[in-house]
Design a binder for this molecule. Structure first.
Ligand SMILES: Cc1ncc(COP(=O)(O)O)c(C=O)c1O
Length: 394
């Protein structure tokens, strides 16, 4: 019903993804090359036609749309106006939450390799980043529980990415619950960034942190937004959910202190259209992305077996293990930089693994949210970059 094969020319539209690297094929920053759902475009058009864009109250229908969506889709009960505050984006949301729950010098635990914009939020709040490296084995990431316990004993906050960018993991209920129990025992507050929650693939269901047992939810907030899944990231809208009224008051204070408590009119409209009418579009999108991921697996298997794409459980960001490109004796250190030169030569822009922390050395992040023809062109360039890398090295 929806056409995800359509090529939309995004060049010269002030797009970060396309216009920061003119003339290159960008498969880096996390937005998609698809038009938003027609249902969202229609709602925005109606709002636009009104012609007046003054400051806007956030209506009850906004909260009802969120409550209905999360109850029906994800079995998350009890979310509503009384336990949410809207804000301008998920980065603003978790930054405010860090501010609210820490004092300078507190340690904030992150599961590396992790979303790069976690790092400045920790620094800007004068906190200390505490890496809890994920365990990488047999081409997949899991939690090193011993290390998790150790770090939790030292941390004030866990900044969780559920599902995880860039590892592509959708944490299971058991994993989340175990993390929650350890955090509770160690008095670690949990900030769960759930921006990627809609983008999951068969066999990997998203569990909202807030759907865990009550005692684990009390010391937490969840940061949610439809912007990633519905490709309206530039519109910027998000919400902080807190079950505990005292925690919610702190969140409200922090978004006011940070002056990010007022949202824009188009965000309010787009969120409601997404959650009320976007379900069918989203399901087709997930199916399309799932097949894009299969395209990557097949291409790598046939054409570029040195690169391994990790199993994509969620998000549209594939994490590529490129370490088999290393020649005998070649150090891993500096690989990203050396390989980047070859990618550049082929006019392909990926996200270099090391921006997600030292654990990302030897990896690249590939954004597959584009029409399949674009994806295939990207893969061709990736192969050329890998081939010239190997050729130069041998
Ligand atoms: C895990 C994660 N959180 C937050 C964001 C950005 O959120 P926002 O644009 O709403 O600030 C991204 C964008 O890629 C992300 O991957």
């Amino acid at each position: 019903m929806y056409n995800f094969d359509e090529i939309v020319d995004r060049r010269n539209t002030e797009s970060v993804k396309w216009d920061e690297f003119p003339g290159k094929l960008p498969m880096w920053v996390a937005d998609m090359d698809f038009k938003a759902a027609p249902e969202i475009l229609e709602a925005l058009q109606r709002r636009l036609d009104h012609g007046v864009f003054g400051y806007e109250l956030v209506p009850d229908t906004y909260y009802e749309a969120i409550a209905h969506w999360f109850r029906e889709r994800h079995g998350w009960e009890g979310i509503g106006r009384e336990n949410m505050v809207p804000t301008t984006g998920v980065i603003a949301a978790y930054s405010a939450a860090i501010k609210a729950m820490t004092v300078p010098g507190d340690k904030v635990m992150v599961q590396t390799p992790c979303y790069n914009a976690f790092f400045p939020a920790i620094r800007n709040n004068k906190c200390v980043q505490l890496d809890q490296p994920l365990h990488y084995e047999n081409g997949t990431y899991s939690i090193d529980w011993e290390d998790f316990e150790k770090k939790a004993a030292d941390a004030r906050v866990l900044l969780l990415c559920n599902p995880h960018n860039p590892a592509g993991r959708v944490w299971t209920r058991e994993e989340l619950q175990r993390m929650g129990e350890i955090c509770l025992r160690n008095n670690v507050f949990v900030i769960s960034d759930e921006i990627h929650c809609e983008l999951t693939y068969p066999g990997h269901d998203y569990t909202p942190w807030a759907a865990l047992p009550e005692e684990l939810v009390r010391g937490s907030v969840s940061c949610i937004s439809p912007t990633k899944a519905f490709n309206i990231a530039g519109i910027q809208i998000a919400n902080i959910f807190a079950k505990d009224p005292g925690v919610l008051r702190k969140m409200d204070r922090a978004i006011n202190d940070n002056e990010c408590c007022d949202v824009n009119v188009f965000g309010v409209t787009a969120l409601q259209a997404a959650y009320n009418k976007g379900g069918a579009w989203l399901d087709e999108l997930r199916n399309y992305l799932y097949h894009n991921a299969r395209t990557v697996y097949c291409y790598l298997e046939d054409e570029l077996p040195q690169l391994q794409a990790l199993p994509l459980e969620g998000t549209y960001l594939m994490w590529l293990d490129c370490r088999a490109l290393l020649q005998p004796g070649e150090p891993l250190e500096g690989f990203s930089e050396r390989f980047a030169a070859h990618l550049q030569e082929q006019g392909l822009v990926l996200s270099t693994g090391t921006i997600y922390g030292a654990a990302g050395e030897g990896f690249e992040r590939l954004n597959i949210a584009c029409p399949r023809t674009t994806l295939l062109e990207g893969l061709k360039r990736l192969k050329q970059a890998a081939d010239t890398y190997r050729f130069t090295k041998s």
